[in-house]
Design a protein around this ligand. Sequence first.
Ligand code: C2E
Ligand code: CA
Ligand code: CA
Ligand code: CA
Length: 279
Amino acid sequence: TKNNGRNGYNFFQPSMNTLAQSQLQLNNDLWQALDNDELRLFYQPKYCAPRGPIIGFEALLRWQHPTRGLLTPDKFLPMAEKTGMIVNIGNWVINEACRQLHSWHLQGHPHWSVAVNLSALQFEQCNLVETVTTALTQHQIPAELLTLEVTETTAMRDPEESVRILTELTNMGVKASIDDFGTGYSSLLYLKRLPASELKIDRAFVNELQAKSEDATIVSAIVALAQSLDLKVVAEGVETEEQQAFLTGLGCNSLQGYLLGRPLPPDRIGELPEFVGVL
Ligand code: C2E
Ligand code: CA
Ligand code: CA
Ligand code: CA
């Protein structure tokens, strides 16, 4: 038997297949990662279109694994979603993002905002409001500087409930953003009722802008829809000058992508140009 340090004992049977065993190991390691401060937030800049400045960052989770190196979320978040540990991790993310905001304040950037991604489980968890309030209070952060990104799919799972949760959060002053927009199936009726301030166009559409004319049509339609609902539009995954020009021309409010800046650890944020026009 092996003590996993939190849930008591896991029994490794010789008959257990190696996949299940490695999943179990990953699960144990992830609990330890939380305890041992191995989780990191990287920050990707969001620039005001068309030429900057930086308006804020999206916090993206990484795991500095002791033997496997720096892991991206696809390597460990799916399992954390399955076991429910995503809620503990997500709470750590909210607190860490607020801690970072405070430190940017002290460094002379009181207007930078941070967007954190919420998993479906975390979004539906009953003490989300309390977690957010505590983090904001503890680090003395104005609520307006925190954005919560909820995917379209999560928001539409139970639209009535999503309206209720987001209303409670946005009443506190926190901003809400509908992430991965275009990949789910939105009821326009609920989209109109969600108290979000922004839509994020999924990278998949931006990716194919030049290659596929139907994607250009979809992106134009999304921007028009957002504008008619009085939502700001963020385009993610901007990798080329052509995409930047096209999206700016459509009226996207802010841009995010490798062309403008990759996700970086906080100590490397100083390498970013303040204005994209400087590029
Ligand atoms: P997302 O929310 O759609 O985040 C955007 C992803 O696209 C990030 O991948 C980012 O690094 C990547 N990206 C940004 N610009 C570009 C670009 O120009 N080109 C390309 N090819 N990729 C770009 P990452 O960091 O691997 O995160 C993947 C997903 O993991 C995120 O997708 C989000 O759904 C999830 N995630 C990340 N951090 C958290 C977190 O703290 N909590 C939760 N619940 N989910 C998270
Ligand atoms: Ca996101
Ligand atoms: Ca996306
Ligand atoms: Ca996503």
